[in-house]
Design a protein around this ligand. Structure first.
Ligand SMILES: [Fe+2]
Length: 409
């Protein structure tokens, strides 16, 4: 049933002056995280090779019982960013997280799947509305990162997060100093809350030195001409996502992501008897893809994780071709998977991170317009990921959708 028909029959919520079925509206995938065996090795992969910068470390040691502080390896994880959002990607130590989180599925290496809404009121009202319906494990404010949030958990145990107001990092590359986080929030704030500008002014008046945040450095010599800019690698990650996960019960997963969170199913594809669903927030063909868990072994991908892949979009087709060559030269393994599993995405390849997670590199994502219909499959260009042409003919998909803001760094 279309949302406008459901609206006529259902309780309505005011989202910024628009009546909706839920008291929030997810605008985009904001960030994504994984738990990994060796954080430092993975940091090297994502930072040096992929160009994702560290915004801030976070030591989880204080959340362990004191006698176990050294029992589970390094307790430090990293908030990382490809653009100005304080974090678009996070990596945390798996053994420590397992100890803190308690019993979870063996293959749960997804740390968080995080969705942006557009006001603090959406976060506060969304939390009140959802916590009586589904499991919500934490609420308040992320430090570091400053985003107001709550964490609903999907039926298979994947932690999701809805947030508003993530810290932005500017020209100087410095994250917000720790001392600016002057107040801890572990529950929703009273509304209205003062602005971030007012908080920062108060911090400065209290003597906080605004130059004491973390600043990233380039770890490779800047020798690659990327669209006229010298960079450490021949590509720039300009967007995170889509997320692809295997789920044990598709109906339960659709109930959560479609019916509860309000993502829209753009397309379903049946591959060798397995029906897969592609859901979007906003106009991209999909921000999240759900695959039946039975497909995992058939594809021959790692069984240590319920994650099929995390997408990292690069800035152009040329960059995609050069990224694949560069990562191969750096000794990384590149694989391809059946294109039928990725409707809406054109040329793509996967690089395997040191923990065995697949990172999907691509440059073009189909966009969905006013009528909510994807491009018919028969009208899509045929993609042969074993044989990429030197040049592509322009299509409606190339360079459409979310735009990266600011200089490539
Ligand atoms: Fe988060």
């Amino acid at each position: 049933m279309a949302d406008d028909v459901k609206l006529a029959q259902a309780e309505k919520f005011d989202v910024g002056g628009v009546e909706m079925l839920r008291p929030f509206c997810i605008r985009r995938l904001g960030h994504f995280g994984i738990d990994v065996h060796d954080v430092e090795i993975c940091r090297d992969f994502y930072e040096r090779l992929m160009g994702i910068r560290v915004a801030d470390p976070l030591d989880l040691g204080g959340r362990l019982p004191p006698e176990e502080k050294d029992a589970h390896g390094s307790t430090v994880g990293y908030f990382m960013r490809h653009g100005t959002d304080h974090h678009s990607f996070v990596i945390f130590p798996r053994r420590v997280r397992q100890r803190i989180m308690g019993k979870r599925a063996e293959d749960m290496t997804v740390n968080q799947i995080t969705w942006q809404v557009s006001s603090l009121r959406e976060v506060v009202s969304g939390n009140s509305w959802l916590k009586d319906r589904i499991r919500v494990v934490r609420t308040g404010r992320d430090m570091p990162g400053s985003n107001w949030h709550f964490y609903p958990v999907d039926p298979a145990g994947h932690t999701n997060e809805l947030y508003y107001g993530i810290e932005q990092i500017g020209w100087d590359g410095l994250s917000k100093p720790k001392l600016m986080h002057r107040k801890h929030y572990d529950k929703p704030p009273e509304l209205p809350h003062r602005s971030e500008l007012a908080e920062i002014e108060e911090g400065i008046a209290a003597g906080v030195d605004i130059r004491t945040g973390v600043r990233p450095i380039e770890r490779l010599p800047e020798t690659h001409d990327v669209g006229g800019i010298l960079m450490g690698r021949p590509f720039k990650v300009v967007k995170i996502g889509p997320v692809r996960i295997f789920v044990p019960d598709m109906n339960e997963a659709l109930g959560f992501y479609r019916d509860t969170l309000g993502l829209t199913v753009t397309e379903e594809v049946t591959y060798k008897g397995h029906t897969c669903y592609f859901l979007r927030a906003n106009t991209e063909h999909h921000s999240l893809a759900l695959y039946p868990k039975a497909l995992r072994a058939e594809l021959g991908v790692s069984e240590h994780t319920s994650l099929l892949s995390i997408g990292m979009q690069v800035g152009s087709y040329e960059q995609l071709v050069r990224a694949r060559a560069f990562l191969k030269e750096q000794g990384q393994k590149i694989v391809t998977l059946p294109q039928e599993l990725f409707p809406g995405i054109e040329h793509n390849a996967f690089v395997i991170d040191p923990d065995g997670h697949l990172v999907q590199l691509y440059f073009a994502m189909e966009q969905v317009g006013w009528d909510g219909k994807p491009r018919p499959a028969a009208l899509r260009p045929r993609i042969d990921n074993e044989n990429w042409p030197e040049k592509l003919v322009a299509s409606s998909t190339a360079y459409a959708g979310e735009v990266y803001l600011g200089p490539w760094n």
